[in-house]
Design a protein around this ligand. Structure first.
Ligand code: ZN
Ligand code: ZN
Length: 250
């Protein structure tokens, strides 16, 4: 490891440089969004405003057009036409820029400690679920990555929101990485990938994921949970991928 990399690593882990732009964190703080006080401690004053929340569709969590916000609607046109299987999806931001960078550091550079500030950035639900369920990961993928990023986020949310975890679904198929696939390939990839390990609580279950891309994964899990007795589903994630077109939205 080069000296520069070692220095970056030490700075990042001692909180001396911004995790996004790498400038010293002593840059004066301007407007840290109040809902994200923990995450703002690892970002400089220039980058903190990038965390600002936007009004989002409660179905797909994509930003709502201004005219719909004015009209008091909280569902986008796509979700009004074809409502998702879950009641509400809540995310902190879009999966690009600062959120993509923070999530990449969390997942691929094994900065486990980011689970705490990243989970704290997910808005607190107005209607709390009875259980939280992290998106399950195949044992081989977990072994290769070293951890299930959704489980670490769910542990944090469980602690913060005082909601118990339910982990009654296993991923029984080692699938190719979902990230690069389109919605159709994802559905094919996930066919029968999840199996129940026990009885599903007849209650409101909140699925926790790090990134919702097309929504195929959470959709497969939500269908399984609803089919076996869950009364209501919510989805919580750090980031939502903006779709290239409406056709890949869910
Ligand atoms: Zn910065
Ligand atoms: Zn929507």
């Amino acid at each position: 490891m080069s000296l520069a990399r070692i220095t970056r690593w030490i700075n990042a882990h001692t909180g001396q440089s911004c995790l996004f732009c790498r400038l010293p964190i002593s840059v004066p703080v301007k407007t840290a969004p109040s809902s994200m006080p923990i995450l703002s401690t690892v970002l400089c004053g220039h980058c903190q405003p990038l965390l600002a929340q936007r009004s989002r569709c409660m179905g797909c969590a994509l930003p709502l057009p201004v005219d719909q916000i004015k009209g008091g609607l909280n569902l986008c046109g796509g979700c009004l036409k074809r409502p998702p299987i879950w009641q509400r999806m809540t995310v902190a931001g879009e999966y690009h820029g600062i959120w993509a960078s923070l999530l990449a550091q969390y997942k691929f550079e094994r900065r486990f400690w980011l689970a705490q500030p990243l989970s704290a950035s997910i808005p607190v639900p107005s209607e709390r679920p009875d259980w939280l369920m992290p998106v399950p990961m195949h044992w081989k993928k977990r072994w290769l990555r070293g951890f299930n990023q959704s489980t670490h986020l769910a542990w944090q949310l469980s602690d913060r929101w005082q909601i118990p975890l339910w982990q009654g679904i296993r991923c029984c198929r080692y699938t190719a990485t979902q990230h690069q696939l389109n919605a159709q390939s994802r559905r094919r990839n996930l066919k029968q990938a999840y199996q129940l390990k026990g009885a599903v609580p007849k209650a409101h279950i909140g699925i926790v994921d790090d990134i919702v891309t097309t929504g195929t994964t959470v959709s497969e899990l939500a269908k399984l949970l609803r089919r076996h007795g869950a009364t209501q589903i919510s989805v919580y994630a750090v980031a939502r991928t903006p779709p290239p077109s409406d056709s890949t939205g869910r």
